[in-house]
Design a protein around this ligand. Structure first.
Ligand SMILES: [Zn+2]
Length: 179
């Protein structure tokens, strides 16, 4: 079991728990101290993801991880958030015990989690995943999000045009007010 960061094969198990029909272990590399996760489970017959164009491809955790990582880029999230999110989605995917799963279902699993975690990351992910046809569809999604947590209206269509810092201020304020 090599560390995904430095390649060392010395790691210690920090935590292990049963998830669905497997065991999830959090490990820490003894060389570089990076943390990563491993799963031990019975491998079902390959799980296929059915894409929008009906093509099938083998489910790949890495792809989920890449999508989440991209959405969370430069967001103020704890370092292992992205990995844990991918772990959770993977566990849920396999936990369904199906041989095939729609890419839409996988995307929704990611979005549900991102929505609770970070709204900017959520919108970024949703805009790629749902392939919003135009700015109106994107605006509707942003509006829904804002309506759910604040009465103050901001011209949502302008949100993506603001620099990151201002976006954070806007979203950050709302987040605090809510609590
Ligand atoms: Zn390492």
């Amino acid at each position: 079991m090599n560390c995904p960061y430095c390649g060392s094969n010395d790691s210690r198990v920090m935590d292990s728990r049963e998830v669905n029909e497997g065991i999830r272990r959090r490990r820490q590399c003894l060389d570089c101290e990076s943390r990563f996760t491993t799963y031990e489970r019975i491998q079902p017959v390959s799980l296929f993801v059915i894409k929008k164009d009906s093509r099938r491809e083998v489910f790949d955790r890495q792809k989920v991880l890449d999508g989440i990582r991209k959405a969370c880029e430069k967001r103020p999230l704890p370092a292992d958030t992205v990995d844990r999110l991918a772990d959770d989605v993977e566990a849920e995917v396999y936990g369904m015990g199906r041989a095939e799963i729609s890419s839409r279902v996988v995307g929704d699993m990611v979005m549900r989690r991102l929505k609770e975690l970070d709204h900017i990351a959520y919108i970024r992910f949703a805009s790629v995943y749902r392939e919003f046809a135009d700015i109106t569809a994107l605006k509707e999604e942003v509006d829904t999000l804002l309506d759910s947590e604040a009465q103050v209206t901001t011209p949502a269509a302008q949100l993506p045009l603001l620099p990151d810092e201002e976006l954070e201020v806007v979203v950050g304020k709302r987040g605090r007010r809510r609590k």
